[in-house]
Ligand binder design. Structure first.
Ligand SMILES: *Cc1c(COP(=O)(O)O)cnc(C)c1O
Length: 379
């Protein structure tokens, strides 16, 4: 997220001082380290970070400082990033489709674990990856509970996973299984169903799993009220694994992205115009740091500040909210409840904006320049 020129106490302090025209992402390193340490303490196995959620240098460095020693990477660029910032870290290359050149880059960089969901891609790995390396078969189930379906692109059906897993073991690789229940998943039963299916796949393949990677998908604080508790999800995973595997319990791995990084960032946008007292036009939208709202829905934790920094306290009024570009899809989903006294030049703050925000932002139509500031705390 760029170089921080100074450390601010809160976003409000910076907004009052600068009244910025660009959207600003406020990053609180202490919030990130707290989230990481909570996951490291609570998860019953190895915690890796899914780099794609937010690959900013400051994020990776703060996670390393908090004790994260494993990273889920999906491309040579993510591999190079982790190598540069956390040289000794374990890299799990869990994008199950790779070109031969990408596999070679992973091998050269010392990737220790690979995922696969098809025979054609396993053959490519087998030709290039040193024997004994971990290959985790990615499988999928039709289970609900997440904000959107991660099984639409990757993952073998359970029957196919059985033959793939047996083949991984036959080829002399370390056999494991992996899945992703879908992002922002709040249902412990989703993980339990996957863990049960993993035990069944391993049994049918006649393979003892080295590790079971239970994916990311852990929820961040997107709705008003208390943040979602991760500990009950961790407990459900541990319990279902003990019950399903018994004495053949594999080591557990997780790869959170969103739950690790989302709540350490607040995005401050600005009201460019309120057209005839109706639609609100912000300086950021679907082509910027709010892109994923179209996929996973609007986050509920929004607050509005006057340019002075004073909070707007009017009753909630649902509004159509557009981003700055001339494209008509550049509209936040549904209607967004904003205080009735929201005015031009106000700041609209989206809390919990650290995941899938900066990394997918574009400069479409000349908008999308983002500013960054580091804060001690977010409120
Ligand atoms: C995106 C991704 C993750 C992280 O998912 P979150 O929902 O952000 O936790 C983890 N593993 C894989 C393989 C992914 O593609």
């Amino acid at each position: 997220m760029g170089l921080a020129k100074s450390l601010w106490t809160t976003p409000q302090e910076h907004l009052r001082a600068h009244t910025p025209q660009n959207p600003v992402l406020y990053f609180a390193p202490t919030a990130l380290q707290d989230a990481a340490q909570r996951i490291l303490r609570g998860f019953p196995g190895l915690v890796t970070y899914a780099v794609k959620a937010n690959p900013d240098d400051m994020v990776i460095e703060n996670l390393a400082a908090a004790g994260v020693r494993g990273f889920d990477v999906a491309s040579p660029a993510e591999i190079a990033l982790v190598r540069r910032l956390v040289p000794g870290a374990a890299m799990h290359y869990n994008n199950p489709v790779r070109s031969r050149a990408e596999i070679a880059a992973g091998v050269a960089a010392g990737v220790c674990s690979w995922s696969v969901d098809s025979h054609s891609e396993l053959a490519k790995l087998a030709a290039q990856v040193p024997g004994g390396a971990e290959i985790a078969v990615r499988f999928k189930l039709p289970v609900a509970g997440a904000a959107y379906d991660f099984g639409a692109k990757f993952g073998a059906a359970p029957e196919a996973a059985v033959t793939l897993l047996a083949e991984v073991a036959r080829l002399g690789f370390t056999p494991s299984l992996t899945f992703h229940p879908g992002t922002q998943c709040t249902e412990p039963t989703a993980w339990a169903a996957y863990v049960d299916a993993a035990a069944d796949i391993a049994r049918r393949a006649g393979v003892r799993l080295a590790r079971l990677n239970v994916g990311g998908g852990f929820p961040s604080h997107r709705r008003t009220g208390a943040p979602p508790a991760l500990e009950p999800l961790f407990e459900a995973i541990a319990q279902s694994a003990r019950a399903a595997f018994g004495a053949r319990m594999p080591a557990l791995v997780c790869e959170p992205g969103r739950a690790m990084v989302a709540d350490s960032v607040t995005l401050a946008t600005r009201v460019r115009a309120i057209r005839d007292d109706a639609a609100v036009f912000l300086n950021d939208g679907l082509y910027g740091a709010l892109a994923e709202s179209a996929l996973v829905g609007m986050p509920e934790r929004i607050s509005v500040l006057a340019p002075s920094g004073a909070p707007r306290r009017g009753p909630a009024r649902p509004r159509i909210v557009f981003g700055p570009t001339c494209d008509s899809v550049d509209r936040l989903p549904g209607e967004v409840a904003l205080p009735a006294d929201t005015a031009e030049e106000d700041f609209v703050l989206f809390h919990g904006a650290g995941a899938y925000s900066t990394v997918t932002a574009t400069r479409f139509n000349g908008f999308g320049a983002l500013d960054f500031a580091t804060v001690r705390r977010l409120a």
